[in-house]
Design a protein around this ligand. Structure first.
Ligand code: APR
Length: 260
């Protein structure tokens, strides 16, 4: 493992265009379940597809029931050592941006500016009307649900939905374009905590690799890109990322102690 950590750190300090790509696995140590591990979200719930949400009140009730059950984990979650290590590398200028599939806002809470966290699947801390686009306070929405308004609607009559991308819903074009450009032009692309199964997000490592990027995967289980990665670390993000940060500090002794 040490050789792998050292190899990753050496690539990072080369100072090329370094990009980090994250999935739900970076947030499990913050208490937010991932989707496909045993006991994960898709073990408990069936995903509500966008067309179901738009055509069926029962589907909207089921959608908000799932969101309400996951809400306490979300509001209690704080960035963990993996998020803080990525933020530390960003602060020292060694990471250009984070592309994330996560909707929990923890990369922003760790200190990375909004403009350099590319949220491919939106952010569940925000809600808005799907018709007029009016933003709604998530706290207010959950209060309404607690009082029995199980599928909240906007004053305009539109359906209120969390600001996330459901299966079957169009991806955010600007974010997808920016993420693809970052991946295609990266020199170093590190995947942390994703099964890399859901496209088009899961194509990002391919865009990076096709253009000669050094591909690192830090993940507890297998991904379709394991055999094309330059470094594959089977480990917990909360342990591995701080090790990488520590090794970067050793390699570039003048790096300010802002790396966490
Ligand atoms: N450290 C490293 N890896 C971890 C950790 C951890 N502490 N915890 C879990 N993992 C790994 C799991 O082994 C799994 O391979 O993270 C991966 C999480 O994969 P998924 O649950 O599939 O999550 P993700 O890849 O982000 O899913 C992509 O699918 O359902 C949609 O929109 C949803 O954004 C999500 C997308």
């Amino acid at each position: 493992m040490d050789d792998k950590i050292s190899l990753v750190a050496q690539q990072l300090v080369k100072g090329g265009r370094n990009v980090v790509f994250t999935g739900a696995g970076i947030s499990t140590e913050s208490g937010i379940p991932d989707f496909r591990s045993k006991g994960g979200i898709w073990d408990k719930y069936r995903p509500v597809y966008f067309d179901e949400f738009m055509s069926s009140k029962d589907a909207r009730i089921e959608y908000w029931k799932q969101k309400a059950e996951l809400y306490p984990d979300l509001v209690n979650a704080r960035p963990n050592p993996a998020h803080m290590s990525v933020a530390g590398l960003y602060e020292t200028g060694l990471i250009e941006a984070v592309i994330t599939q996560n909707i929990d806002g923890l990369h922003q809470e760790s200190g990375i500016p909004d403009e350099n966290v590319i949220e491919l699947h939106g952010n569940t801390l925000r809600a808005r009307c799907v018709t007029c686009g009016k933003a709604a306070s998530l706290h207010e929405i959950h209060r309404r649900i607690e009082k029995g308004d199980l599928a909240p609607e906007c004053e305009c009559g539109g359906y209120i939905k969390s600001d996330t991308i459901s299966f079957g819903q169009a991806m955010p074009e600007d974010e997808l374009e920016r993420a693809t450009e970052l991946a295609r032009n990266s020199d170093f692309f590190m995947v942390v905590g994703s099964t890399l199964l859901v496209h088009p997000a899961a194509a990002m490592p391919a865009h990076a690799k096709e253009n000669g990027s050094f591909l690192v995967i830090v993940n507890l289980s297998e991904t379709p890109y394991d055999n094309v990665s330059d470094v594959l670390i089977r480990g917990k993000a909360g342990a591995v990322l701080p090790e990488i940060s520590k090794e970067v500090r050793c390699l570039s002794m003048d790096v300010p102690q802002t790396i966490k």
